[in-house]
Design a protein around this ligand. Structure first.
Ligand code: ATP
Ligand code: MG
Length: 435
């Protein structure tokens, strides 16, 4: 189509075509044309608008971070954990500070984009005997925090090529916890539970010499801890070269790893003995209390070299600067766990039976006996619920047979299996008042 001038459909100006610079955007079918000057204005408008949106987004993110910092001060996080976890004060403090500092790093990074000074993250390793609250504490923490938090069982991880989950699964779990938002994933927290299970079998704690699988897992995890771009496929998709992948940079992800590290106290003791710093326990056969006391004293003295002896590669240990140890729970602590936490087993059964018009009571001696049995089983607080469940089964089966208000008392003899729970009739008003 030959023409030497056109009308701009936006500004209405008549433009003479004298050079290439005057060429409009033109639809030859409709004659719709936009002149260069209007194109420039539109471009300028879009650029400015995008800049404003970005600025607003950043401001919004900064405001959000400030609010998060306010909400997640260490003493507030600890207060929340106190509602569920008995004892373990030091661990609760360490984790509260770690989480708060994680928010602070995010805020610092957001305010200093492009800056070359950065606050380094402090990954945490938590260790303590079985059933002392490691997994429970972390899962409560994950419910509280405003950032994505995913728990992955390290014992399920295998080196690429072996049957099992690749180390990337830990990041993928976080990606899903973040609602598949990559930016949020990159600022999340990963808890690797059962971390001791990936110790090299050739560590002093184990007798087998070669263990390429676990060493490979540790090398894989090391890359993540150091900060690298991890690639993975969506859940349910098989890994093959053409499968679309998601890429997540782990540089700013906080890692917390935890495990029981069974036997590490022996490694610590050996080191201490070598250094001739006896910790003052007699050589006669120790009682259960002495063993616990000794374990607690030893575990608090753990050093990176003990973890190395246990079978964790030094490069990983170097990336876990905060070591947090948990205590063995004694009878009194177990007794408190039965009744005090918001989700305490006794409270749960009381609520369940109240729905059947029943006021449930545990005698103090009964609860103490439950704690004693749990100690015998050597599984920390883990077995408490099971022991009560055994006793409560018959009650929970019998009670719903009628709707009559009743009072059920669990005595020490019930726990010992020598007697059945005692059931008394109750006036409706009494139950309502006390429930
Ligand atoms: N300190 C505690 N306060 C309150 N409840 C606890 C505490 N420790 C353990 N529990 C209870 O016991 C159960 C088992 O504890 P948890 O799973 O946290 O043990 P763990 O330390 O992770 O042990 P493991 O090393 O065997 O994995 C929890 O679900 C929780 O109900
Ligand atoms: Mg656990």
């Amino acid at each position: 189509m030959a023409f030497d001038s056109y009308h701009c459909s936006i500004c209405g100006r008549r433009v003479k075509l004298q050079s290439r610079a005057d060429m409009p955007v033109l639809d030859p079918n409709t004659g719709f044309a936009i002149c260069r000057s209007c194109i420039k204005n539109i471009y300028h408008f879009i650029e400015e608008d995008e800049e404003n949106t970005f600025r607003k987004h950043k401001q919004h993110f900064n405001d959000e971070l400030s609010e998060m910092l306010e909400r997640n001060k260490p003493h507030l996080i600890k207060q929340y954990l106190d509602d569920f976890i008995i004892m373990q004060d030091r661990a609760k403090k360490i984790l509260s500070v770690a989480a708060y500092n994680h928010y602070k790093r995010m805020k610092y990074d957001a305010e200093n984009v492009g800056g070359d000074e950065e606050i380094e993250k402090s990954n945490v390793i938590i260790m303590g005997p079985t059933g002392c609250g490691k997994t429970a504490m972390l899962s409560h923490l994950s419910r509280l925090l405003d950032i994505p938090f995913a728990v992955t069982d390290a014992s399920s991880l295998t080196e690429a090529g072996f049957v099992g989950a690749d180390v990337e699964v830990a990041v993928r779990n976080l990606y899903y916890a973040a609602g598949r938002d990559i930016e949020k994933t990159e600022h999340g927290i990963i808890y690797l539970d059962e971390f001791d299970k990936i110790a090299r079998k050739s560590g002093a704690n184990n007798s087998i010499t070669a263990d390429p699988g676990h060493e490979g897992v540790q090398q894989g995890l090391l890359k993540m801890l150091e900060g690298s771009v991890v690639e993975f496929t969506e859940r349910g998709q098989r890994k093959h070269p053409e499968a679309p992948t998601i890429k997540v940079d782990t540089k700013n992800i906080l890692f917390i790893v935890g495990g029981a590290f069974v036997g590490i106290e022996k490694i610590i003791e050996k080191r201490l003995k070598k250094n001739e710093s006896p910790i003052g326990f007699g050589s006669e056969i120790p009682s259960k209390e002495d063993t616990d006391k000794k374990f607690n004293e030893l575990i608090h003295q753990v050093r990176p070299e003990d973890l190395m002896k246990f079978g964790i590669i030094p490069e990983i240990i170097g990336r876990l600067p905060v070591i947090c140890t948990l205590e063995t729970l004694d009878e009194d602590a177990l007794l408190r766990i039965l009744t005090e936490p918001k989700n305490a087993p006794v409270k749960q059964y009381e609520k369940l039976l109240a729905m059947d018009n029943v006021k449930l009571e545990f005698e103090e001696a009964a609860l103490r006996h439950v704690a004693k049995l749990a100690i015998e089983r050597k599984t920390g607080a883990r077995s408490l619920k099971g022991i009560i469940e055994d006793v409560m089964l018959d009650v929970m089966f019998e009670i719903p047979k009628t709707d009559k208000p009743r009072r059920v008392v669990i005595t020490e003899a019930c726990i010992k299996g020598e007697d059945s729970p005692q059931i008394f009739p109750l006036k409706k008003t009494t139950l309502k008042k006390s429930a």
